[in-house]
Design a binder for this molecule. Structure first.
Ligand code: SF4
Ligand code: SF4
Length: 449
């Protein structure tokens, strides 16, 4: 029988007009496929293969040494499509005291007030450790690759990152943008259109990075992507996908849309174990993420010759640094392939930034000082040449412009500018980058950019 993937891939090699039809038809078939029962099989551990099975008379009489080995069960993709995660997330929010405390403070102090409080907490932590501010620390180091006069300098804009809104079907424990189903902020069509104009006027931009919240749940996501693809066919368009969004009602066309627009999917999966993923990202998120990854593989993601890239992101569960990226990628590939038959392209490890929900988490657990100490101790001069702020312009849902996603969350805009104040992103080159003590998160270990 011809598999769904083979059919789709054959379709991809045909003309663009038939690609749409193939993808639409097959994505629907894949989504509608009913789940089947997992089977559990047992085999004799020695000998292991049929070829090596002994003939009559050769089976060992040491029958007490014959053992049955449980074969790992084959994981079958569960048909969760069309089943929303939002009610479950809301129930978890209602019983999560830490989340409620953050929400209460957010209402009381507002975004700006919380950022000020965070900044003060980081400063106090460094003071008690006797560590200077980030900029003075760089100056003392006097080994600033990528810096000039110890200052990190903005280069040519190459990456435009758009945060199209904070609405999300999940409410992860370490979310640095404090997204959840309670956040309704969304980028409007006016702001999205102006961003597209800037994209066209700035040919040095090679990557459009769309993030959120769950960006796909923004009403203008499809407009933004389709227009960007039409205006700049060569553009690398990244969709920062939380995976579970694929199963939300109303997202039935998302897989085919991703393929049609050749979206580069970068998805968070902080572990290959259900327990760890669910504890960081919410109950049931692991199973849903695995289902979504299988569905992405089925439509061609991370498969040879399709040109569809699927990368994963790991970030630590707590106040520690990620393991080495290369070895962890090997481990992810081994486990995900063996347990679920999942393939992906690359794994990126990210250091948790001491901002927003994670900063709150550290502060409440009295671990902020230790974490700042860890970041400073692991300062890696090699990260300075690949910091996000060197070549990125980050825009929030209101059109305000920032050096990076983290400065966006802290409200440190570039000279108070919005997208409506400029006609090309190159104009921003003359403005300094705002570095502060949270930047230690970007320069520790493998960094976070
Ligand atoms: S980390 Fe991502 S998936 Fe989780 S709440 Fe934040 S935006 Fe949503
Ligand atoms: S937090 Fe932003 S400004 Fe600071 S080093 Fe990282 S990317 Fe650059």
């Amino acid at each position: 029988m011809v598999s769904a993937f083979t059919t789709i891939f054959a379709g991809l090699l045909t003309s663009p007009s038939t690609i749409d039809a193939f993808i639409a038809k097959n994505a629907r078939t894949i989504l509608a496929r009913p789940p089947t029962e997992n089977s559990r099989r047992f085999v004799i551990s020695e000998p292991q293969t049929g070829k090596d099975l002994p003939d009559y008379g050769q089976t060992s009489i040491e029958i007490d040494k014959h053992v049955l080995t449980k074969k790992s069960k084959k994981w079958i993709r569960k048909d969760l499509f069309g089943q929303s995660l939002i009610d479950q997330t809301m129930e978890e929010i209602a019983t999560n005291l830490e989340f409620q405390e953050t929400e209460r403070r957010f209402k009381e102090l507002g975004q700006a007030g919380m950022s000020r409080e965070e900044k003060l907490n980081r400063r106090r932590a460094l003071d008690s450790l006797g560590i200077p501010s980030f900029n003075n620390f760089l100056k003392d180091k006097d080994e600033g690759a990528g810096t000039e006069d110890h200052i990190i300098k903005r280069g040519e804009p190459e990456l435009l990152q758009l945060n199209v809104g904070l609405y999300c079907n999940q409410a992860c424990g370490h979310c640095h943008v404090e997204s959840s189903p309670l956040r309704k902020e969304m980028m409007t069509e006016d702001v999205a259109s102006k961003c597209l104009e800037l994209l066209v006027n700035t040919p040095s931009i090679h990557t459009l990075d769309i993030t959120g919240g769950a960006p796909e749940m923004n009403a203008n996501f499809r407009y933004l992507v389709s227009m960007a693809r039409a205006l700049r066919p060569d553009l690398n368009i990244i969709d920062r996908c939380n995976l579970t969004v694929l199963q939300e009602p109303g997202q039935e066309d998302l897989l085919s849309f991703m393929v049609k627009n050749r979206l580069h999917v970068i998805a968070s999966l902080p572990c290959y174990s259900a327990k760890n993923v669910d504890s960081q990202r919410g109950g049931g998120v692991f199973d849903r993420s695995i289902s979504a990854l299988l569905a992405l593989n089925e439509v061609g993601y991370a498969q040879p010759h399709t040109g569809l890239t699927l990368d994963l992101v790991y970030n630590p569960l707590g106040a520690f640094l990620p393991p080495p990226q290369g070895s962890l990628e090997d481990k992810y590939k081994e486990v995900l392939a063996a347990d679920f038959g999942i393939v992906f392209n690359s794994l990126f490890t990210m250091t948790n930034m001491p901002v927003k929900r994670f900063a709150d988490f550290l502060h409440r657990r009295d671990e902020l000082e230790d974490y700042m100490d860890l970041l400073v101790r692991n300062f890696n001069v090699g990260t300075l040449s690949s910091l996000m702020c060197l070549n990125t312009v980050s825009v929030d849902y209101n059109g305000n412009i920032f050096d990076c996603d983290f400065n966006q969350q802290l409200g440190n805009s570039i000279a108070g500018k919005t997208v409506f104040d400029i006609s090309s992103l190159t104009e921003l080159k003359k403005h300094d980058i705002t570095n502060d003590n949270h930047c230690f998160g970007c320069t520790a270990g493998m960094g976070s950019s």
